[in-house]
Write a protein that binds this ligand. Structure first.
Ligand code: SIN
Ligand code: FE2
Length: 215
């Protein structure tokens, strides 16, 4: 794979949100989590727990348990519909997604310092024409980006609080994961009522194919 193919559709926008906007979003997320608490999903088949805890906002929430990966409309523990996607995240999508329809899922991943996420592709959506847009908050993480093949070459980059990353085009279906979180590298969560710190990653996705989009 050439470097050009590797990079096609991958965009990294460091420091997209300033400190004030990050703090405001963390405050909003604390309220959101009171309504839609973090839970620990389990892997399909093995039933092994994820090291990351999750919740969602939007009409669709990404969910995993023994029966597989899928989108669901309600929180698995509270039985309530997912809360609305925070306005700040809708704004980021409008600014960077270059896609005519809005996001339907905001997956909220919470990483304690020892949490990680294995290499995977985001492929439970009906359309891959829409990008995946992600925002990092709190502790920095070592992110790994590969290509279309699980065993292909990868590169790693550090994602810091406020950074936005976009997987579009060929990169939309690239393998990616989080090797590790650099515990204690950010004060953002601790300073905003989240005493133990950690890392939050918010991932925006379009789940259904909009009417009129070729399939
Ligand atoms: C994900 O792929 O769902 C999360 C990526 C990240 O935490 O940066
Ligand atoms: Fe992912």
């Amino acid at each position: 794979m050439t470097e050009a193919e590797f990079a096609e559709g991958f965009r990294y926008l460091p420091g997209y949100l300033d400190a004030e906007a990050q703090a405001a979003l963390v405050a909003e997320l604390r309220a959101l989590l009171a309504e839609a608490p973090l839970y620990r999903p389990t892997m399909p088949r093995s039933g092994r727990p994820f090291s990351v805890r999750m919740t969602n906002a939007g009409s669709h929430g990404w969910f995993s348990d023994k029966t597989g990966y899928r989108y669901v409309t309600h929180h698995p523990k509270t039985g309530q519909p997912w809360p609305a996607i925070p306005a700040a995240m809708e704004r980021i999508w409008a600014e960077v997604a270059d896609y005519p329809a809005g996001p339907e899922c905001c997956l909220i991943n919470f990483y304690e310092p020892e949490a990680r996420m294995g290499l995977h592709r985001d492929e439970d959506e009906e359309t891959f024409a829409a990008p995946v847009v992600s925002l990092s908050l709190g502790d920095s993480a070592v992110f790994r980006l590969g290509g279309a093949q699980r065993r292909g070459p990868t590169r790693s980059l550090k994602l810091h609080s406020g950074d936005v990353m976009i997987l579009s085009g060929a990169a939309r279906r690239a393998y990616h994961g989080v090797d590790r979180v650099l515990g204690g590298s950010s004060r953002l969560l601790a300073q905003n009522g989240w005493p133990d710190g950690g890392r939050i990653n918010l991932t925006l996705r379009r789940v259904t194919r909009p009417a009129g989009e070729a399939g």
